[in-house]
Design a protein around this ligand. Structure first.
Ligand code: NAI
Ligand code: SOE
Length: 387
């Protein structure tokens, strides 16, 4: 079994999730496709990087991410920094021949995402973009049911991602509210997960008609680069900074295959925490998923008898996708970390095999094209075709 050395850049929220996945993956999926050794982690100061190395189990640390790129022992570069640095790091990593996993959105916009795609293609390295929610077993099960034709031709897709961590105007101005750092707001941050679901489950999106809104135009500034995600409420007298991205997007979509649909994303929906959902209607049945109840997939089939037709709930477990590696009894529960473990499992298979994994930088670029079109549609108040 191969052991691959990982260099991780960024030491915040996602560094924790990805580190857990490298360590946990072989415990779930054995024999593992490969093992990972957490060799070096970078953050912006030695203090942050050292703390992360101790906490997350890396052998070495650095405050200069180029040390990771230049280290010949490193096989995989894992990018878990805010969106503004994904492209620069990925291009350097690709040129150094490293395989790459980058957090979502791939970059701030489609033009920047394209530079990353070009770099990985030119340098023939493996690449993945970390839209992990499609690896929730219930979502993979939905994909399987669709591919088996059990809900027939798909007519429509309704996807939402609703959160409330920033609904309070006093929740701080994180990098996620800054266009220069994030690219876009709720759209890039959470709407892109729904776009990933739509493309994965239904097919390519070719046209969008959208409205974007910024509800809270300024927020209290926060100290430090790590996002507080609304958990620390700044007082009303803290200096404020401008929000220059969307808080909410609502979009109608058309697919290549004729299906229609809608995508909504907002971080201002009191009472909704990680309300990432889809409902899909086909000619033969329907599917419904809500990440807040992520062990469950609701299914309804037309061919059930009239007196029994209705949504029923399947609790995912051993018979379902990835079930062989998870817990031995259905409904023991999938966690957020588990989706990341499954993501790293599929990435590891691609790293030791011949093909690319999905979603990869091609998908990240396509999602960025759709995202750019959503913002353009809102600005111009008309349907926009995706190039
Ligand atoms: P965070 O703010 O918690 O952590 C980012 C870390 O990167 C900070 O420690 C910061 O100091 C460091 N950093 C910034 N610039 C750097 C540089 N040039 N070199 C080294 N370190 C640098 O951010 P979080 O939440 O971990 O987000 C990181 C990425 O992950 C973003 O692209 C975000 O969209 C994505 N994300 C994805 C999630 C998912 O479910 N797939 C969940 C949360 C975030
Ligand atoms: C904040 O909205 C956030 O952490 C996003 O950045 C992630 O992508 C999402 O999965 C959870 O919420």
């Amino acid at each position: 079994m191969k052991t691959l050395n990982v260099g991780m850049i960024g030491a915040g929220f996602m560094a924790k999730a990805h580190s857990l996945a490298y360590t946990g993956m072989p415990m779930y999926f054995w024999p593992a496709p490969a093992k990972f050794n957490k060799l070096m982690i970078a953050d912006v100061t030695d203090e942050l990087a050292k703390d992360a190395a101790d906490r997350l189990g890396f052998e070495k640390y650095t405050s200069n991410w180029m040390d990771i790129i230049e280290d010949p022992d490193i096989d995989v570069v894992d990018i878990v920094t805010p969106n503004n640095s994904h492209a620069e790091i990925a291009i350097a990593a690709a040129k150094a021949g490293k395989h790459i996993i980058s957090e979502k959105p791939l970059a701030r916009d489609a033009a920047e995402s394209k530079t990353m795609l070009d770099a990985v293609k030119e340098n023939n390295v493996k690449h993945m973009v970390a839209f992990n929610y499609r690896r929730t077993p219930a979502v993979s099960l939905a994909k399987k049911i669709i591919e088996e034709g059990k809900i027939g031709k798909i007519l429509n897709f309704r996807g939402t991602y609703l959160q409330d961590w920033s609904a309070d105007p006093n929740s701080p101005l994180s990098w996620r509210f800054n266009k220069e750092l994030a690219g876009s707001g709720a759209l890039g941050d959470i709407g892109t997960h729904v776009i990933d679901f739509a493309r994965y489950l239904v097919g390519e999106i070719n046209e969008v008609m959208a409205t974007a809104k910024t509800w809270i135009p300024e927020r209290p500034k926060q100290e430090g680069g790590v996002d507080k995600l609304g958990t620390v409420k700044s007082g009303a007298n803290v200096p404020k900074g401008k929000v220059d991205v969307d808080d909410e997007i609502m979009t109608m979509i058309r697919f290549d295959n004729g299906a229609v649909g809608s995508i909504e994303a907002t971080r201002n929906a009191w009472g909704r925490n990680n309300f990432l959902t889809f409902e899909i209607h086909g000619e033969e049945g329907s599917l419904y998923f809500n990440y807040e109840r992520r062990d469950e997939l609701q299914v309804c089939f037309k061919n059930d008898s009239d007196d029994e037709r209705g949504f029923k709930t399947i609790y995912t477990g051993p018979p379902h996708p990835y079930g062989e590696g998870l817990w031995p009894i259905p409904a023991l529960g999938i966690g957020y970390g588990d989706t990341k473990i499954i993501e790293i499992y599929d990435f590891a298979k691609a790293l030791v095999g011949n093909g690319q994994v999905s979603p990869n930088f091609e998908d990240g670029y396509q999602i960025a094209l759709i995202s750019d079109a959503i913002l353009k549609s809102s600005e111009e108040d008309k349907w926009i075709k995706i190039k």
